[in-house]
Design a protein around this ligand. Structure first.
Ligand code: FAD
Length: 475
């Protein structure tokens, strides 16, 4: 009795709740991944992310083979190809792990309806979160819209352990494989075959093994000083596990267990506080996913009413300069070049450039949100939208307007200008003071072939506030 296991953003075998539950019923399990044209042809896709994803699929295929089964690849509209494949293989059931995104919820509804129509069973599970959306609610059973009370509740709940290891599966025989290929299974294409060119090395190698090794390295070293070091973009002070968490190349319970072991085994306050600080980031990830699950309208626009009709300036030249890292503000440009070059940006810098786009250039945050999705190898709807709405002050965060001053950010978090020098080679020869304050003479700028500032921070900040006050009176 075959179970077809549909992988989506859980590209691993270990610590996978849906797969482990299937394994309790049978060894005859075959994996499938659907290359969905709606996602691949959409305009919020990044070559770096597709490259990482395809790499993960390659590793997952190898893992399936090693333990005696297969990961099938199929291309097409999921509600057609998944039920078709299940029917053709006479699978007794299709299992999969749930997702919070509006598109995924809609897709899964369609798929399960068609499965039902064909009389094929299905089961689904929460796997990518330590706590499912409905498990963390206020005392009066309401959804949290503020992070701090969410964290208090979330951190006190007992967390599940990683699921038992899967040693051996039974896959399809030759005949069944032949049947599968008749309904459209294909060899795994490369990212290039799909039209995505990404030549640079990825910050994290694809696959489960690389993610586990990265976790181990982080747990051995950087986590101990995370609280202090995570703010400095020139330091490798964070885990860089975001893409692995996005695609589920690593199980969240495995990650949690590793961090709580460090916490339990340490007597140093510094270490314990650092572990807590990191766990809080994992909770932000879950907070934003819960928000997306309960308020799918977040994906479409601002949460706060003041920002629904905000009079953005949306100057196209300014937007292009921001995208290319040519605003004339060194910390902003360094950050944008980092993302354009490696498909990842340090969190501190994500906040700086997002504040700059929305508060200094007065450009709609949704343009920035989309550009990030077109570049980031860890691009994730919930985290990205949450980060952007936080920076734009359009989201759930109750704090008044946050405006970052690029120069003071650089002075504080890149005091030696190392990060700026790394990503803006044309400015390497300048004094640190000039780099971090951005006070570079027009002559120097010209000599370095570096642009003049496209706007004036103080002026724009006043202008933004003026527009905000005006709209606030009208809504
Ligand atoms: P670590 O510091 O090691 O954190 C551990 C993990 O916690 C991360 O891998 C991530 O899964 C999660 N996490 C950390 N910070 C946040 C956060 N603020 N919100 C949600 N989850 C968090 N993160 C994404 O994964 N994908 C995105 O598309 C994304 N877009 C962002 C856009 C903006 C404007 C901002 C301000 C933040 C965004 N973040 C996003 C959050 C954060 O910047 C990245 O998760 C982090 O930089 C990834 O590096 P890391 O794995 O070394 O993080």
């Amino acid at each position: 009795d075959l179970i077809l296991f549909w992988h989506r953003r859980d590209l691993r075998i270990s610590d996978n709740i849906g797969l482990a539950t299937a394994y309790q019923q049978t060894q005859k399990i075959v994996g499938v991944f659907c290359l969905d044209p709606t996602i691949l042809n959409g305009d919020a896709i990044a070559p770096a992310r597709v490259t990482y994803m395809i790499g993960c699929l390659e590793k997952l295929q190898e893992h399936y083979q090693k333990i005696g089964s297969q990961l099938l690849i199929i291309k097409g509209e999921p509600s057609q190809v998944i039920p078709n494949l299940a029917e053709t293989l006479q699978a007794q059931a299709v299992f999969f792990n749930l997702d919070v995104e509006p598109y995924a919820k809609e897709r899964d509804k369609k798929v399960t309806q068609i499965l039902q129509g064909k009389g094929i069973k299905y089961r689904n599970f929460w796997d990518q979160l330590l706590h499912a959306p409905n498990d963390i609610l206020t005392q009066s059973n309401k959804v949290y819209t503020i992070y701090t009370p969410f964290w208090k509740n979330w951190s006190q709940q007992k967390k599940a352990s990683p699921t038992p290891k899967i040693e051996k599966l039974q896959g399809l025989n030759e005949q069944e494989l032949e049947l599968a290929s008749k309904v459209g299974t294909i060899n795994l294409p490369t990212a290039k075959d799909l039209g995505f060119i990404w030549e640079n090395p990825l910050l994290l190698e694809p696959g489960e093994q690389a993610a586990l090794e990265r976790l181990e390295l982080f747990i051995d070293q950087a986590i101990n000083e995370y609280q202090e070091q995570r703010n400095y973009p020139s330091v490798d002070g964070t885990s860089q596990l975001s893409a692995a968490l996005k695609f589920g190349a690593i199980g969240i319970r495995t990650v949690w267990q590793a961090t709580s072991d460090v916490y339990e085994n340490s007597r140093s306050d510094e270490v314990r506080n650092s572990v807590k600080a990191w766990q809080q980031e994992l909770a932000w990830r879950e907070f934003y996913q819960h928000c997306m699950y309960f308020f799918p309208e977040l994906a479409k626009g601002a949460y706060r009413k003041e920002f629904k009709e905000f009079p953005w300036e949306n100057n196209d030249e300014h937007f292009q300069a921001w995208c290319e890292g040519k605003t004339g503000y060194p910390i902003v440009d360094a950050a944008m070049r980092q993302m354009n070059e490696i498909g990842w940006m340090h969190n501190r810098c994500r906040m700086i450039v997002a504040s700059f786009l929305t508060k200094d250039l007065i450009i709609n945050w949704q343009l920035g949100e989309k550009y990030f999705m077109q570049k980031l190898f860890d691009g994730d709807l919930s985290a990205n939208n949450g980060g952007w709405q936080w920076s734009a002050s359009s989201g759930m965060d109750p704090k008044p307007l946050r405006i970052f001053n690029p120069a003071s950010q650089a002075q504080k978090f890149d005091p030696e200008g190392e990060y700026i020098r790394q990503w803006l080679p044309e400015l390497r020869s300048l004094d640190t003071e000039e780099l971090v304050t951005g006070k570079i003479s027009p002559l120097e700028r010209h000599r370095c072939n570096y642009p003049d500032p496209i706007v004036d921070h103080n002026e724009q900040q006043r202008e933004f506030k003026r527009r905000y006050q005006q709209i606030k009176q009208n809504v």
